[in-house]
Write a protein that binds this ligand. Structure first.
Ligand code: F6P
Length: 544
């Protein structure tokens, strides 16, 4: 059903209209308990959304959206292994990948997926033990010192982001590198410092047909074979895929292939064998803690009412900002160097999932879905794009993430980091009026003329909404829960927007055209069918 036709949606539209001229600073001044009523705790996490442009009344209306879209029924469908990814006729059972062994079966059709999941995890653990214990030897008998993971999109971003996020837990003797881009510069620079004798490649691709990954894998294979000969491939290549036939065709020993399943979407696959490079980077115990954190968030998501449900709250606030206040973007601002790749990871998770044009019935949407997600680790972003957020005149809902404890404890750093994070959300909320700025400048000893000239430049409109998520620390458990939080947020949004978050047909057309253009670029097909711009670009590359 089109959500915009629901009564709850219409009430929210009225509430947004009524709140149009209300300022966040006035809402704080009017209600001392605003933080207490608009923040929630889970474990030792705190989600403060009191700086969003909501009231307890508009939140109640938003909770109504959760009920009328029947989010609990959709959660039940997901857990029951129904083919909720109906355009690909697949279940979406990433929750099974982090369910502990004692919790019983999860069915996909009539089959319990848990034995396969647990078996593959054990196989990963045995492999990690061989690498870490230096029992796995390369073709010349030397142990492995460097892992190169080759994959792209969902087969790259998750483990890459998490490896950086858990830098404090890194295995001391193993270096893990990631290569994704089709541009040869990515692989060439990664290989420049490596020795074939001590390097192991993980080829990670759900389909094992993705052009970028297959080209990088072929070039890596060539680099290795040139140095060590064809027979070395089996000791230096392993694969992670759902397409084990293609893996075997590449020359990888089936013993060294790690499987996952079509009910795991690429961008939801960190928890599967796609996480193998991460498990090697941080150790298998830490990988299991990551799964445990994600599972704890699953349990919270399945059971908490909307007013306390962290993924639900984030989803409802985004819907409020986008569909009712008119925001078209969200800035993700982790005050954590280690979470520096989180914006990039969430770009795929959120925009590939919910950037959709038709609803579950195939009808065109007349309301907006996923906003443009962007961001960067604080404080770096402060010295780049915050100017626009403060004074650029656009509505930019911000999401701050901070940790109470540092993951690298250098004296004097962390308190300053937290001060900057909280100061930014305060400044965005409060702003500074022309009168306040004028008074402040006058008090600083400026002449009246200088004050009049500078005050407009130095005033801030404020009223920019933000949420702050405060974690106790960045460790494998909390990281797992954080990623699962966003997975479920995306799911709740998709249910309310009545779209399928698990397909991604929009990325196919460009791939198809690239396939048609390649023969034109290499000169084996004519350029006749091309538009003049594309033909002109091809001709310029060919020196014509
Ligand atoms: O970008 C499209 C996409 O299909 C993603 O959804 C996926 O994560 C990525 O390509 C990589 O696909 P594969 O794992 O099959 O190589």
């Amino acid at each position: 059903m089109n959500p915009a036709t629901r009564a709850a949606w219409k009430s929210l539209a009225h509430a947004a209209e009524a709140a149009r001229d209300v300022q966040l600073r006035d809402m704080f001044a009017a209600d001392e308990r605003r933080f207490a009523s608009l923040s929630v705790r889970w474990n030792d996490w705190l989600l403060d959304y009191s700086k969003q442009r909501v009231t307890t009344a508009s939140m109640t209306l938003l909770h109504g959206l959760w009920q009328t879209a029947d989010v609990p029924a959709w959660i039940a469908r997901m857990r029951a292994g129904e083919a909720i990814n109906y355009s690909e006729e697949r279940a979406a059972l990433h929750i099974a990948l982090r369910q502990p062994a004692h919790k019983g079966p999860i069915l996909c059709g009539r089959q319990d997926v848990m034995p396969g999941v647990l078996g593959e995890l054990d196989k990963m653990q045995r492999f990690a033990a061989q690498i870490h214990g230096r029992h796995w030897r390369g073709a010349t008998g030397e142990p492995i010192s460097d892992i190169v993971s080759i994959g792209i999109g969902g087969s790259d971003l998750g483990p890459r982001m998490a490896t950086q996020a858990l830098a404090a837990f890194r295995h001391p003797e193993l270096n893990v590198h990631y290569v994704a881009n089709l541009d040869g510069a990515d692989l060439a620079t990664a290989l420049a410092a490596l020795q074939p004798r001590t390097t192991l490649f993980i080829i990670a691709s759900k389909t094992f047909t993705t052009q970028e990954t297959m080209q990088n894998a072929a070039s890596a294979r060539h680099w290795l074979v040139q140095a060590l000969g064809e027979a070395a491939v089996a000791r230096h290549f392993v694969a992670v895929s759902t397409n084990l036939a293609e893996v075997a065709r590449f020359g990888i020993d089936p013993e060294n292939a790690f499987a996952f399943w079509d009910w795991v979407g690429g961008r939801y696959s960190l928890w599967s064998a796609i996480g193998l490079p991460l498990a090697l980077a941080v150790g298998f115990d830490h990988f299991r803690q990551l799964l445990a954190g994600a599972h704890a968030m699953d349990e919270h998501f399945f059971s908490a009412p909307p007013a306390e449900n962290l993924p639900g709250l984030l989803a409802l606030l985004e819907i409020w900002n986008c569909n009712f206040l008119g925001a078209n973007n969200r800035a993700l601002l982790p005050y954590s160097q280690s979470l520096g790749l989180l914006p990039r990871y969430l770009q795929q998770l959120e925009m590939e999932s919910n950037g959709k044009q038709v609803d579950r019935q195939g009808l065109p949407l007349d309301y907006t879905t996923a906003p443009v997600l962007w961001g960067e680790a604080g404080t770096n972003g402060q010295h780049a794009f915050y100017q626009l957020i403060h004074q650029g005149g656009r509505l930019v809902p911000c999401e701050f993430i901070a940790c109470r404890q540092p993951d690298f404890d250098l004296r004097g750093h962390h308190e300053k980091l937290l001060a900057n994070c909280f100061a930014q959300s305060e400044a965005l909320m409060r702003g500074r009026t022309l009168a306040e700025t004028t008074a402040e400048l006058a008090a600083s000893g400026m002449t009246a003329e200088q004050v009049a000239l500078l005050a407009p430049y130095r005033s801030f409109p404020g009223n920019q909404p933000s949420t702050t998520l405060l974690l106790p620390r960045l460790d494998p458990f909390n990281l797992g829960a954080l990623v699962a939080l966003y997975e479920h947020k995306v799911f709740v949004e998709s249910v309310i927007w009545n779209i399928n978050p698990f397909d991604q047909w929009g990325v196919e057309y460009g791939k198809q055209l690239a396939g048609r253009l390649l023969p034109v670029i290499v000169g084996t097909a004519p350029a006749e069918h091309l538009d003049s711009s594309t033909a002109g670009l091809v001709a310029a590359c060919r020196g014509n």
